[in-house]
Design a protein around this ligand. Structure first.
Ligand SMILES: *[C@@H]1O[C@H](CO)[C@@H](O)[C@H](O)[C@H]1NC(C)=O
Ligand SMILES: *[C@@H]1O[C@H](CO)[C@@H](O)[C@H](O)[C@H]1NC(C)=O
Length: 995
């Protein structure tokens, strides 16, 4: 899209001034019942359609999953199945614009596809489109070309405003028709993480206000505008730039995955912060720690997952609920991949994030823990209205048991309990005082003790309504409840070995117990008293009440889908929407009742016993369309066996594959013609960081090369004794230099784990011998592996930090006469508008198009005739080589078999590798830093039913060469799935892109 009228747009938005939703002057927020807007809120929660809603969100980045719609749908379905009612989405400006004046929202850049899928599935969306997003992505989401705009980014300076205005205007136009209730979008965030240090200063608030004005002026009038305030410091609650709904982010366990058992304490000041910052507006977390990113040289995502595991989710998320947070989004819930140069310098290709859903879309134990919490919050409509009555250790007989007690206006009580020190890893037994309709009682009343494991949190409830029933109290946690055939069914759980106690008033004395007898019930004085230690499943039925008690391990395997079409809106997760309880499967995506039939869809990872608790009107059940033979279990469920139908797949063996290979550094050969390269003829730059030597500015970005590897060639004639080079490529970068075809050396700086935080540049002097310098033209060739453009957290234009040769000096008398620079083919006019502006870098094989499907590698060597032509043999000297192979997959339609490329790391030699699959760059590996050796190749980019073209490059930074010790394709899971195969993304090949 072209934007000729930039200044007119800017002017229009500036003149419109501050917008609101008809909230009376002086109102601190945007209140329920007080506006024409569709999404409202008060001090407790959001309202949709006059119903309170706990916004239970998870962060997902469609651009980190370029396989597109079916892939996104799979992730959204998995989120919805676990009780997430909202997806929070950062959009990335940079991927949508290769060049100033262009905008492209096709394919994985689409807004409309995200909103349509969410609408179809009934999951709400929070839009976070920047312009700046941070997100551990290249330039924090800024386009590469913005590095050349001489205006301070993230302020109201005109050059910057002109740059983002068309983008944000487009975003508003995409969102406008999808605002609730016409679509799923319930909020839009302005900017991101303006921090205490970055948000003050000239033009910051003005800029924030201008972004908000632009959204309002372009029709976003039904939804609140939010800000994501890092470390909860009250920015933009009032004054210029103030938002409708203040939201915050917190990462309380930090990002040090190398000490995965070391926890910080929970934040006990959340409640006080809310009171101080904005007590009249609900407490909302735009980002709460769902996992952790991992830096180059880091510990890997398994360690991050361990640091931020299901126990972390249990303790820290419940602490948020205790602080009356009623809007929480977990960052990340699905992380995805920093494919195609999406990473900023400190992170590597995988953005798995140790998230609840792994990069290969498989589900974790944390996912299941979150499911129990989300179900509870949706089932407990009193919870968001509750206020804190006490928050200390006073209710327990044990000093280390910390309880936040909340009570709702209609008398329900919630006791969020944990040990008060996260260093405690052992069990504590305790008694607790709770308010009941019969006054304060100490539980348990009938013997035994309550228990908390180390790093466990529990929520006890009192006077808890489910349907037309009430729990007087329960020391087992509530998973969910639903009404089936006029019976209120509530599901309780506790860890096996923990004693529970629950009391329910009833007029019936007859209790039918089935299933495990580790739980017992007795009727006494108008109540049923339930006690015991859960083991498997126990059901207790009396009158119009059914109590199901699970041990926690069992609870984690159960699902509670709302019946399709049963809610008032597709987004309705209220407990009065008819639902069913389903036990066993790895994933239950959907449940639909048609007459007496129940149709279930979902995924299995093994042969599974299915248990269904549903209406007695259900006479038949199908699983993924197949009829099931039903029986009754001991505890009364409808039971069937779900056979696991996917055989372990045959994955091609790359060791036996034929590899084609070619040198990818012709630039050092005599007579290499660089006349078509860009001449680096600038002698000054408007960037904050100036050259450190030499007549010409050699920064790659100045000449339109923003992504991936770049090459500079300096020509000279005459005598020279050496060259001094200052090369800057971002933390974890690397470079190699040659004089003519003689290797001078390499440097890779130090990574961020080094003292002082590492170095993103090095200065080296490379000496020549007299024999190296020829009469006539000599060329110094510098190949730079750039690790991305920096982020811009502090509003200091850090993202404009030079990349490539920052400064140079030819030693010994002469100077360079001309410098040529090269990067991705075409620079800002690169040909591949499908995969987008970040995908390709500037190595020879990339410029040639050898990574593209259909590349005719006819003159390349072959391992069939040359056994050295394989990445496991590699190079015997410094240099760059590309290896290509093809393989076929033929996976069954009902399968979800994620594939990854696995390397065996050989840190002894220094090399860097780029992986391309079917033209998409899906991996960058550095033997020095690691840690990633397993590179998921996502379905959709990978063709699961046909042929695939793989390219792997090896750049040896060592004079003695390098190889990849081993390289293989592996399947990281084997799932029998209801979802169709993810169709291969239609993307152009060699013929289209290198005509
Ligand atoms: C930006 O905001 C400052 C106030 O901080 C103001 O003085 C300046 O005129 C504004 N610039 C533009 C271009 O609007
Ligand atoms: C019981 O409720 C009263 C009134 O809300 C409150 O002051 C007290 O702290 C509560 N006690 C317990 C044990 O929850």
């Amino acid at each position: 899209m072209k934007w000729p009228l930039l200044s007119a747009l800017v002017l229009a938005a500036q003149q419109l001034g501050a917008f609101s939703y008809n909230v009376p002057q002086g109102s601190p927020g945007f209140y329920h019942g007080n506006s024409s807007a569709a999404v409202t809120f008060d001090a407790h929660s959001v309202f949709l359609d006059n119903k309170r809603l706990f916004v239970f969100g998870g962060e997902f980045h469609p651009w980190r999953a370029p396989s597109g719609k079916q892939f996104w749908r799979d992730v959204f379905e998995k989120m919805k199945a676990a009780g997430f009612n909202t997806v929070s989405v950062y959009f990335h400006w940079g991927i949508s614009t290769a060049k100033q004046g262009t905008l492209d929202f096709n394919f994985y850049r689409s807004h409309t596809d995200v909103y349509e899928i969410a609408k179809d599935l009934g999951i709400l969306v929070i839009v976070r489109a920047g312009p700046y997003v941070n997100a551990e992505t290249n330039a924090g989401g800024f386009p590469g070309w913005l590095t050349n705009v001489p205006a301070l980014a993230r302020t109201n300076q005109t050059g910057y405003t002109n740059a983002w205005m068309p983008y944000i205007t487009s975003v508003a136009k995409f969102v406008e028709p999808f605002q609730y209730p016409n679509g799923p979008v319930i909020a839009i965030q302005s900017e991101n993480e303006f921090a205490p240090t970055s948000s003050t200063g000239p033009g910051r608030s003005e800029y924030m206000q201008l972004v908000e004005n632009t959204y309002r002026a372009n029709g976003l009038t039904k939804i609140p505008i939010t800000h994501n305030d890092p470390r909860i410091s009250g920015r933009f609650v009032s004054g210029l730039g103030a938002v409708d709904l203040y939201t915050w982010d917190e990462y309380p366990n930090g990002f040090d995955c190398s000490n995965p058992t070391v926890w910080d304490q929970v934040d006990t000041t959340l409640i006080a912060k809310h009171k101080k910052i904005d007590p009249d507006v609900m407490w909302a977390s735009a980002e709460f720690q769902g996992g952790s990113f991992d830096p180059w040289g880091g510990s890997g995502y398994d360690a991050c997952y361990q640091l931020l595991n299901d126990q972390f989710a249990n303790v820290f998320y419940k602490n948020n609920y205790a602080a009356q947070t009623a809007y929480q989004s977990l960052y990340m819930t699905y992380g995805g991949t920093n494919w195609g140069n999406l990473a900023e310098p400190t992170v590597y290709t995988s953005y798995d994030y140790g998230a609840p859903i792994r990069e290969d879309r498989t589900l974790t134990g944390k996912y299941s823990e979150i499911k129990l919490q989300a179900y509870f919050l949706h089932a407990s409509t009193d919870f968001v209205m509750s206020t804190i009555t006490s928050s200390d250790t006073s209710l327990s007989d044990k000093g280390q048991v910390f309880t936040t007690a909340l009570s709702s206006p209609n008398g329900a009580g919630f006791y969020v309990i944990r040990q008060n020190d996260n260093a405690i890893t052992s069990r504590t037994n305790f008694q607790l005082k709770v308010n009941t309709t019969a006054g304060v009682v100490t539980v348990p009343q009938f013997g035994g003790t309550n228990s908390l494991e180390g790093r466990e949190s529990k929520i006890f409830v009192t006077n808890y309504t489910f349907g037309s029933n009430k729990l007087t109290y329960s020391t087992a946690e509530v998973m969910t409840w639903t009404s089936i055939d006029n019976t209120d069914v509530i599901v309780l759980y506790a860890l096996s070995g923990h004693t529970i106690e629950a009391i329910i008033p009833t007029t019936t004395a007859n209790v039918t117990l089935s299933g495990s007898t580790s739980i017992t019930a007795k009727a006494s004085k108008g109540s049923v008293i339930i006690t015991g230690t859960p083991s498997g499943v126990t059901t207790l039925s009396f009158g119009s009440t059914k109590i199901i008690v699970f041990d926690k391990a069992t609870a984690l395997t159960w699902w509670n889908p709302r019946l399709t079409g049963a809610g008032k809106t597709p987004y309705d997760v209220a407990p009065d929407v008819p639902s069913v309880l389903i036990g066993g499967p790895y994933l239950v995506r959907n449940a639909t009742q048609v007459g007496s039939g129940l149709a279930l869809t979902g995924d299995l990872n093994v042969t599974t016993t299915l248990d269904v608790i549903a209406s007695t009107t259900i006479k038949s059940i199908t699983w993924n369309g197949k009829s099931l033979k039903l029986s009754r279990s001991a505890f009364g469920s409808l039971r069937a066996t779900l056979p696991f139908g996917v055989k372990t797949p045959a994955v091609p063996n790359l060791k036996d594959a034929t590899w084609l290979c070619e040198d990818s550094l012709p630039e050092i050969k005599d007579g290499f013609d660089d006349s078509s390269w860009v001449t680096a003829n600038k002698t000054s730059t408007l960037r904050p960081l100036q050259p450190t030597g030499g007549k010409f500015v050699l920064y790659a970005d100045e000449y339109g090369f923003h992504y991936g590897n770049t090459i500079a060639r300096g020509h000279f004639t005459g005598n020279a004794t050496g060259v001094k080079l200052n090369v800057q490529g971002g933390l974890n970068f690397g470079y190699s230099a040659w004089l003519n075809n003689k290797f001078l050396g390499s440097n890779q700086g130090t990574n961020q784990h080094a003292a002082g935080g590492g170095a993103d540049q090095t200065t080296d002097t490379w000496n020549f011998t007299a024999a190296d310098v020829k009469p006539g033209d000599n060329v110094v060739t510098v190949v730079v592996d750039t690790t991305g453009l920096n982020e811009d957290q502090e509003v200091d234009d850090l993202f404009k930090t030079p990349r490539g040769v920052r400064g140079y000096q030819l030693l010994g008398g002469s100077d360079f006469s001309v410098w040529k620079v090269q990067g991705n083919l075409g620079g800002e006019d690169g040909p591949d508008t499908t995969r987008g502006p970040l995908n390709e870098g500037g190595l020879f094989f990339e410029r040639q198009g050898a990574h593209l499907p259909g590349f005719p590698a006819t003159n390349w060597s072959s391992s069939a005739t040359d056994s050295t032509c394989s990445p496991t043999v590699g190079l015997t000297a410094a240099g760059i080589k590309a290896y290509r192979t093809t393989f076929n997959l033929n996976f069954p339609v009902n399968s979800d078999i994620p594939i990854a490329l696995n390397f065996t790391r050989t840190p002894a030699s220094s090399y860097r590798t780029i992986i391309y699959i079917n033209g998409w760059q899906f991996g960058r590996f550095s033997s020095k830093d690691g840690p990633q050796t397993l590179f998921p190749l996502p379905e959709g980019i990978l063709n699961h039913q046909g042929s695939n073209e793989l390219l792997v490059s090896i750049w040896s930074l060592d004079a003695h060469g390098a190889k990849i010790a081993d390289i293989e394709l592996v399947n990281t899971a084997n799932i029998d799935s209801s979802q169709p195969l993810i169709g291969t993304v239609p993307s152009p090949g060699f013929t289209e892109l290198r005509p």
